[in-house]
Design a protein around this ligand. Structure first.
Ligand SMILES: NC(=O)c1ccc[n+]([C@@H]2O[C@H](COP(=O)([O-])OP(=O)(O)OC[C@H]3O[C@@H](n4cnc5c(N)ncnc54)[C@H](OP(=O)(O)O)[C@@H]3O)[C@@H](O)[C@H]2O)c1
Length: 496
């Protein structure tokens, strides 16, 4: 069952083996999240952590490089005593995942830590470059480290999972040749965010929204994931990837599935994921030759000057898409998705725009338009909800004014920090709860939606990415794109 906070201490020790332990993700996210959980008393006391990478480090050296990022945003900083306690459970061993000899040494080190005869559970976390996933998975199989007769064995794989449908299928095949699907936990850290989970509570624990959550009452849905950051030093990677692979295939489609899914029969992994896959299945595929009618590519003006980027690169750093979910609930309701780098502000929000009342009985001036109700769901920052509705202006006849009902986490929970997504995801993986992880078929469906759009962007007759200025909201063509549908991008309920 998802959203439990404590890992049951079953008596069996657990070892978390992090491959890629000297890297950015381990230092900035994984270990600070573990330390935060430990300081809140949420980690089992019999957890050991073994870091593996090629760098020449010993246990002390490894613990020392981990200290720098403890207590990052959304994480509780452990006290010195708590860190001393936790770090006595943290170990390091040299290991190259492409070497069977090295993996044999990792296995011996595990035997030392766990004790030769001990029954133990193990979580293998691949915090490696994606090109190394296959080596690590095959290596674990060949080194006979997946046998789960003495305790469970699980695998966490970071994003990106594949670069297209074919490579994702290939990686799934490799994973399934060594692990069963129920042992594989594919991360999309967006799903670990509190507001994303709260979206499910909001939809399915309240009776008032569900009756209107459909094509009869909803005009359209907008999902925005805006970043202010440029590509930094990731030019080589980003120029091969682009925004559709980096953001749409995973985060934006995941958000769309949570908005559009049918109520699952229970809050458990398979039921939830079955409903999400049904939504992905129902998304109308865009043919590459039609992409120009359904998508707008963009590139920030100085992108081609970035280090590692080809000077004539056509990689999109921004995209806006119109997708349709072909089922009874959503037929004809457009879902507008947009995401980009170097935009005006960092925000992730979902806006549900309801239809106008079928008949306006209040007198309006000739050019007056009453904005329809909107529900804005803020995923980050300032997590919360806004519901906009019309009210009568006092002593002004029947003049109407927009009002908002607001809920914000930081106010409702008296400043309590919203935990970082990795805390939730690490706990769930330790608990064996896969609800917030992506299943093999879900990943493949998502690629099958995005691949034809990427193919369309790459066609010689496709529009080149439209330029936009850093600090703007993307290319003006994205505004025109919505305007042709008689709509405009909304932000926190305001037309921009
Ligand atoms: N950083 C983030 O915020 C973030 C966010 C989301 C997803 N991710 C994903 O997480 C994964 C790791 O990202 P990262 O940013 O931590 O990358 P990174 O900083 O480049 O770290 C990669 C790690 O892999 C190790 N490594 C390289 N080759 C190896 C080999 N043959 N055998 C064993 N270890 C090897 C490196 O250490 P040595 O050189 O010492 O071996 C290093 O510890 C990637 O898949 C990335 O897409 C990262």
């Amino acid at each position: 069952m998802a959203m439990t906070d404590l890992v049951p201490n079953t008596g069996k020790p657990i070892t978390l083996v992090i491959f890629g332990a000297s890297g950015d993700l381990t230092r900035r996210k994984l270990v600070p999240a573990l330390a935060s959980l430990h300081s809140k008393g949420r980690l089992p006391s019999n957890l050991q952590i073994l870091g593996v990478a090629r760098s020449d480090l010993d246990d002390q050296g490894f613990r020392a490089i981990l200290e720098e990022f403890l207590g990052g945003e959304g994480m509780t900083r452990p006290t010195p005593a708590q860190w001393t306690e936790l770090s006595s459970h943290i170990h390091y061993t040299h290991g190259d995942v492409t070497s069977s000899q090295d993996l044999a040494q990792v296995k011996s080190r595990l035997a030392e830590i766990e004790g030769e005869a001990a029954d133990c559970n193990r979580l293998y976390y691949l915090s490696l470059a994606p090109s190394l996933y296959r080596h690590a998975i095959n290596g674990l199989g060949e080194a006979d480290m997946v046998d789960d007769t003495s305790g469970w064995r699980r695998l966490v794989v970071e994003k990106p999972f594949g670069t297209d449908l074919e490579s994702a299928q290939e990686l799934n095949d490799i994973a399934h040749s060594v692990f069963r699907e129920d042992q594989v936990f594919r991360i999309d850290h967006y799903l670990g965010k509190e507001t994303v989970q709260n979206l499910l509570v909001f939809r399915f624990a309240n009776a008032i929204f569900e009756p209107i959550w459909n094509r009869n009452y909803i005009d359209h849905v907008q999902i925005t994931v805006a970043e202010t950051l440029r590509i930094d030093e990731r030019g080589d990677y980003y120029d091969q990837t682009g925004v559709l692979r980096d953001m749409f295939q995973n985060h934006l489609l995941q958000l769309l599935t949570l908005v559009a899914m049918e109520p699952p029969h229970a809050f458990e992994a398979e039921a939830l994921r079955n409903e999400k896959v049904k939504v992905l299945n129902a998304i109308r595929r865009v043919h590459p030759q039609e992409v120009a009618h359904h998508a707008i590519p963009g590139q920030y003006r100085t992108y081609r000057d970035e280090f590692g980027v080809s000077p004539d690169s056509d990689t999109s750093t921004y995209a806006a898409l119109r997708l349709y979910v072909d089922n009874w609930r959503w037929q004809g309701v457009p879902f507008y998705l947009r995401s980009g780098k170097a935009l005006r502000s960092k925000s992730t929000e979902i806006i549900i725009q309801f239809r106008n009342p079928p008949h306006m009985l209040f007198p309006l001036a000739e050019d007056e338009d009453i904005p329809a109700n909107t529900l804005a769901i803020f995923v980050q920052p300032d997590e919360g909800f806004h519901l906009e509705f019309q009210t009568k202006t006092p002593e002004a006849g029947l003049q109407m004014r927009k009002a908002e009902l607001e809920f914000h986490y930081h106010e409702a929970f008296s400043g309590q920090a919203i935990p970082d997504a990795y805390e939730r995801l690490l706990l769930d993986a330790l608990n064996g709860d896969a609800s917030l992880f992506t299943r093999a078929d879900e990943i493949e469906q998502a690629w099958s939606i995005i691949d034809p759009i990427i193919a369309g962007f790459n066609r010689p007759d496709a529009p080149r990415p439209y330029y936009y200025s850093e600090g703007s909201w993307g290319p003006v063509e994205a505004d025109r794109f919505l305007a042709t549908d008689g709509r405009a991008w909304l932000q926190a309920g305001r037309s921009r």
